[in-house]
Design a protein around this ligand. Sequence first.
Ligand code: SF4
Ligand code: SF4
Length: 165
Amino acid sequence: MGTATGIIRALNSGIKHIAVKRFTLRYPEQKLKFVGDGYQYDPTSGVGIAGYKGRHILFHDKCTGCNLCSIACEGIAEAIAMPKVQNTWKQNKKSIMPQIDYGKCVFCGLCVDACPFYALYMTNDYELSSFTKEGLIYTPEQLAVKPQVQQDSEIIIDKRGARHG
Ligand code: SF4
Ligand code: SF4
């Protein structure tokens, strides 16, 4: 490609974006809304269900304490510990469930992929900041609470790229 052709292509690419609405939100007044409920994985079909990889949700009535989520995280971030839980569940003889340290988690979703019992998914919650390191550690009880996400600005994706509504 010659220099002149390169310049024309670069100008053309730049000009196309002049009329595109800016992708800027007035956070925290406006919050980006994601499509779907968050990243999930179907262990039966072996297929991931696309979604945002935010804070996890843990279903205590499905978790067996098998430890596979923790093992999956070991080589990534070592963010999962398996403490004892207060309540007893017949499918979980050891009464242990995952606890996630969001100071270490890289939101890769491998723990969700590793769970054979539909017990661990991810959600659209991305507001996890804390003043302390301890505040970033979510116990099994905290992970069981469905996050209340208030997100209003949807992403619109078309030929001209992505923008918010
Ligand atoms: S999403 Fe977080 S907790 Fe799960 S495997 Fe990845 S780093 Fe570990
Ligand atoms: S969340 Fe899933 S992988 Fe992790 S201990 Fe519970 S059942 Fe096993």
